[in-house]
Design a protein around this ligand. Sequence first.
Ligand SMILES: NC(=O)c1ccc[n+]([C@@H]2O[C@H](COP(=O)([O-])OP(=O)(O)OC[C@H]3O[C@@H](n4cnc5c(N)ncnc54)[C@H](OP(=O)(O)O)[C@@H]3O)[C@@H](O)[C@H]2O)c1
Length: 394
Amino acid sequence: MKAVVYTQYGVPSDVLQFKEVEKPTPSDHEVLIKVHAASVNAADWHIVRADPFLARFATGLLKPRHTIPGADVAGRVEAVGSNVTLFRPGDEVFGDLSACGWGAFAEYVCAGENALVLKPANVSFEQAAAVPLAAVTALQGLREKGQLKAGQKVLINGASGGVGTFAVQIAKSFGAEVTGACSTNKMDMVRSLGADHVIDYTQEDFTRNGQRYDLILAANGNRSISDYKRALSPEGIYVTTGGAMAQMTQAMFQGSWISMTGSKKMGNMLATPNQKDLTFVREFLETGKVVPVIDIRYSRFLKLSSTLKKGTLKEKSSSPWRSVTEPLVLRLLEEVAKPTPTQNEVLIKVCFETPRRSLGGHKGQRARIHCLLHLNIGHPDACNQLRGSRSLVQ
Ligand SMILES: NC(=O)c1ccc[n+]([C@@H]2O[C@H](COP(=O)([O-])OP(=O)(O)OC[C@H]3O[C@@H](n4cnc5c(N)ncnc54)[C@H](OP(=O)(O)O)[C@@H]3O)[C@@H](O)[C@H]2O)c1
């Protein structure tokens, strides 16, 4: 089968290979899934780079223990191990494989049955693949760490991203009054998810507008912990899911101190993938309470980054932290015809660089992200954005 493979840690564009590997065989407790769609999360970028370094204790000290990345998967069960009771061949499933060997960026993957749930019929494979990691993180951040209750005022910072789009919808369905903070061109989308108020973080500082929130879920790495503390109500809770190292470290150390010495609770979280929470999310999908937001679909995947998001590269390059990935849904390994540009289009083979600081690292470092796929980018702005950001368009 074909798969995206890495055998050493490093810059994704250097270490990821697209190659033929042996099709896996399920063990007694596993199912074999034919992958129909997978999505990219920041976690994929982190494990390929082994960044932060401590991640190596989980993924392999000197080289990766699991050589195919990809946590979020949706597909059809092709075979089951002898002890599998929950699924049978033909079932449509989705799940987060980050706790059971990764491997979604391939034609087939084996997974423990406890990592999966049945895909609701009203949701496509692509939509389902966009859900598990981000939605379960949002759920656990709000419900467990955030102790969300109906009627509370909740702020989601990073409301337009993978975690944030789910957090807005889940918080609303729990009966909260939700404010989402995002960039200008995502405001309508966040509003459409049900947010009661939307703040454009490029225009307004939500920590200084006089509002106080019972719960803040920060799905990005943009603010200091004292900013967040100021925006909390006297007994408010702040939970950060991730972002820049500074924000994570502050939440871990200063956050613990603030929580021990005052009435506000502040800290970070590490999501724990589990079937129970995924089933909970599945019900939201089935009833339409939660709808996955898909930013871009790729018909074929090799190496990519959300920097290909339409029209956002230039304006975002000035922000201190920017998303690594959105729930980009990829239909894997499906050969498609190379597109032919129409009169108003250009055909681009893309290969570009983006500032490393955008990935939460040090200013000035650069990450090279090669997108080895043929994209038909028809909108003239898309070309300008790529050129304007030191892109190398061949
Ligand atoms: N702890 C865990 O278990 C766990 C699980 C999942 C994810 N994470 C982490 O959580 C973080 C978010 O993940 P994700 O998948 O949601 O990422 P994502 O899809 O890339 O979304 C990032 C969000 O941050 C926003 N953002 C960027 N710059 C901003 C700024 N200056 N001010 C306010 N918001 C800004 C983006 O908004 P715009 O696009 O509108 O600019 C976007 O909504 C990542 O660091 C990821 O590693 C942790």
